[in-house]
Design a protein around this ligand. Structure first.
Ligand SMILES: NC(=O)c1ccc[n+]([C@@H]2O[C@H](COP(=O)([O-])OP(=O)(O)OC[C@H]3O[C@@H](n4cnc5c(N)ncnc54)[C@H](O)[C@@H]3O)[C@@H](O)[C@H]2O)c1
Ligand SMILES: O=c1ccn([C@@H]2O[C@H](COP(=O)(O)OP(=O)(O)O[C@H]3O[C@H](CO)[C@@H](O)[C@H](O)[C@H]3O)[C@@H](O)[C@H]2O)c(=O)[nH]1
Length: 483
C-alpha cells in the first residue's frame, strides 16, 4: 500500500488530502501537524475549517484510509510520498521584510524529514514557495548524507476557498514539476498516477521544477491583477457616472478576456494574493528586474487604495466624522462560504473606521468573536503563522461589538458597511433595518450585494463600489490620500 503523509493540516493540507483519500481508497493518507488542537479538531465532529462539502468527504474516509495525527515524525518516516503544506508567510523582519517569503516552517519540516527518514521518499512542495525553493530544499534534505534518496517535486495547489472541494474534484489543471533526470521523471510519474485516479490525463501537466514553482505565483498575480484592474476602473466609474458592472460585462464579453474574476469590490483579501505578489516582487527585485517588480507592486497598491478609498467614502459621506457613531459591519470573512479572515478587506476597513473613533457592530455568519477580536489586534502579516504561535488573548476594544445577527448589528446604527458577499445579505429585510436605524441611514456596499435603486426607494443613502453615485455623495471628495 502506498503511504502518503502531508505535513500541515490547514486549508490546503486538509481538503487536498481528504480528496486523495476519497479517490484513492488503496492509498493510506495521514495528515500531520504540530498544532495538536488543529489535529484534535480534524478528528472531531467540528472540523477546524468551514468548506462546503468537506465534512462529507472527511466523514467518508476518516479512519478508513484518512488519518489525522500530531505524531509528525512517525508518519513522515513511514511515508513513500511526503507533501509539505505548511505556512509560507511574508517575512516581518530582516532581509526582505514585508515582501519575501518566510521559509522558516518549510525549512524546519525539511530538516525533520531528513532526520527521521530511513527510506527513499518523494517530497512534494504543496505550499506556495519562491521559485528555486526546491534547490534549497534538496540541499537541506541531503545534508546528513545517510544514503537516502529524495526526489523533490513541485505540485502547487490552485484551489480557492469556499469552492475547494469542487476545485479539487474537477481541477482546471494539476501541475507537477520535477527534475529532468530519469529518477526525477519516475517521481513525476508516481505522483501523476495518484491524480490520474480522478483527473483526466490532459489536465495533468508536467514540466520542469522552476516552471511549476513560478506558474503558481504567476497565476495568482494574473488573477489579482484582474481585480485591481476592475477596481481601478471602479474609481473612474464613480467620477464619470459609468457603472462598473456594465463596463466589466462589456469587457468580459470579449472572449480573449473572459467574464470571470471581474467583480469590483472593496479589495481582494485572502491568504494568498497579497503574499504571493509581494513574494514575486521581491524575487524580481533580487534579480535586478526593477521595472517588473514595480509593475506587479501596483496590483497591491491599487488594492490598498481601494480599501482606503472605501473608508474615505464612509467618513466623508457621514458629515466627515464617524466618531461615536454606530456602524454595522456585515461580513468579516474575505469572501463568502468561508470562515477564513486572513487579509480580509474588513480588517483594514475596520481599522480605518476605528481610527476615526467609530463604534463597530460586526456580524459574520461564520467568523467567531474571538477570531474577529484577534484579527483586529494583530500586527500585519502575523496571522500567517501556525495558530498556536499567534498571541491567543485578543485585546478587548470598547469600540467593537460582535453580534450574531444582522438585524442586531444594524439596530440604531448610522451606517452599514457590507464587507462580504454572503447570500443572506441579499435577502435581508432592509425596510425593517431602515426603520431601526438612525437617519439619515447610510449603506456602503463593498461587494455590490444590494439593489441600489430599491435601497434608495426605502430611503437609504447608498454607496456601492463603482456604481453611479448617490446625489448625496456626488460632490464629496472621492480620492483617498495617497498611501
Ligand atoms: N489557503 C489557500 O487557499 C491556499 C491555496 C493554495 C496554496 N496555498 C498555500 O499553501 C500553504 C499552506 O496554506 P494553508 O492555507 O493551508 O495554511 P494553514 O495555516 O491553514 O496551514 C498550515 C499548517 O501547517 C502547520 N505547520 C507549520 N509548520 C509545521 C511543521 N514544521 N510541521 C508540521 N506542521 C506545521 C501549521 O500548524 C498549520 O496548521 C501556503 O504556502 C499557502 O500559500 C494556500
Ligand atoms: O472578481 C473577483 C473575484 C475575487 N475577488 C476577491 O478576491 C479575493 C480572493 O478570492 P478567490 O481567488 O476566489 O479566493 P482564494 O481562496 O484567495 O483563491 C485564490 O488564491 C488561492 C491561494 O493561492 C489560489 O489557489 C486560487 O486559485 C486563487 O483563486 C477575495 O477577497 C474575493 O472576494 C474580487 O474582489 N473580485
Amino acid at each position: 500500500m502506498v503511504k502518503i503523509c502531508c505535513i500541515g493540516a490547514g486549508y490546503v493540507g486538509g481538503p487536498t488530502m481528504a480528496m486523495i483519500a476519497l479517490k484513492c481508497p488503496e492509498i493510506e493518507v495521514v495528515v500531520v501537524d504540530i498544532s495538536v488542537s488543529r489535529i484534535n479538531a480534524w478528528n472531531s465532529d467540528r472540523l477546524p475549517i468551514f468548506e462546503p462539502g468537506l465534512d462529507d468527504v472527511v466523514k467518508a474516509c476518516r479512519a478508513r484510509n484518512l488519518f489525522f495525527s500530531s505524531d509528525v515524525e512517525k508518519h513522515v518516516a513511514d511515508a513513500d510520498i511526503v507533501f509539505v503544506s505548511v505556512n509560507t508567510p511574508t517575512k516581518t523582519r530582516g532581509l526582505g521584510a514585508g515582501k519575501a517569503a518566510d521559509l522558516t516552517y518549510w525549512e524546519s519540516a525539511a530538516r525533520m524529514i531528513a532526520d527521521v527518514s530511513k527510506s527513499d521518499k518523494i517530497v512534494v512542495e504543496k505550499s506556495t514557495v519562491p521559485v528555486k525553493t526546491a534547490e534549497a530544499i534538496e540541499k537541506i534534505l541531503t545534508h546528513n548524507n545517510k544514503g537516502i534518496h529524495f526526489q523533490i517535486l513541485s505540485n502547487p495547489e490552485f484551489l480557492a476557498e469556499g469552492t475547494a472541494m469542487e476545485d479539487l474534484m474537477r481541477p482546471d489543471r494539476v501541475l507537477i514539476g520535477g527534475r529532468e533526470t530519469p529518477e526525477g521523471q519516475k517521481a513525476v510519474s508516481a505522483l501523476a498516477a495518484v491524480y490520474a485516479h480522478w483527473v483526466p490525463q490532459d489536465r495533468i501537466i508536467t514540466m520542469n521544477l522552476w516552471s511549476a514553482e513560478l506558474s503558481k505565483l504567476a497565476a495568482n498575480a494574473f488573477l489579482a491583477q484582474r481585480i485591481s484592474s476592475v477596481n481601478a476602473m471602479s474609481a473612474l466609474c464613480e467620477t464619470t457616472g459609468a457603472d462598473v458592472a456594465e463596463v466589466a460585462y462589456a469587457v468580459g464579453k470579449d472572449s480573449r478576456i473572459g467574464s470571470r474574476f471581474l467583480n469590483s469590490s472593496v479589495g481582494f483579501g485572502g491568504s494568498c494574493f497579497q503574499k504571493d505578489i509581494l513574494n514575486l516582487v521581491y524575487i524580481c527585485e533580487c534579480n535586478g528586474l526593477t521595472e517588473v517588480a514595480h509593475y506587479w507592486k501596483q496590483v497591491v497598491h491599487i488594492n490598498d487604495y481601494q480599501k482606503s478609498r472605501f473608508v474615505n467614502r464612509v467618513v466623508s459621506s457621514m458629515f466627515n466624522t464617524v466618531a461615536g457613531k454606530k456602524i454595522a459591519i456585515l461580513g468579516f470573512a474575505f469572501k463568502k462560504d468561508t470562515g477564513d479572515t486572513r487579509e480580509t478587506a474588513a480588517i483594514d476597513v475596520c481599522h480605518g473606521l476605528l481610527g476615526d473613533k467609530a463604534q463597530l457592530s460586526i456580524y459574520d455568519p461564520q467568523v467567531t468573536e474571538d477570531q474577529i477580536r484577534r484579527d483586529l489586534a494583530m500586527n500585519k502579516f502575523d496571522w500567517d503563522h501556525p495558530q498556536h504561535l499567534v498571541p491567543s488573548s485578543p485585546t478587548a476594544s470598547k469600540q467593537v461589538n460582535v453580534v450574531w445577527d444582522a438585524y442586531e448589528a444594524t439596530r440604531n446604527a448610522h451606517g452599514i458597511c457590507i464587507m462580504t458577499e454572503w447570500d443572506e445579505f441579499k435577502g435581508l429585510d432592509y425596510g425593517r433595518i431602515y426603520e431601526n436605524m438612525v437617519k439619515p441611514a447610510f449603506v456602503f456596499d463593498g461587494r455590490n450585494v444590494v439593489n441600489v435603486e430599491e435601497m434608495r426607494k426605502i430611503g437609504f443613502i447608498v454607496y456601492s463600489v463603482g456604481k453611479p453615485l448617490d446625489p448625496w455623495i456626488k460632490d464629496l471628495p472621492a480620492a483617498a490620500p495617497s498611501i
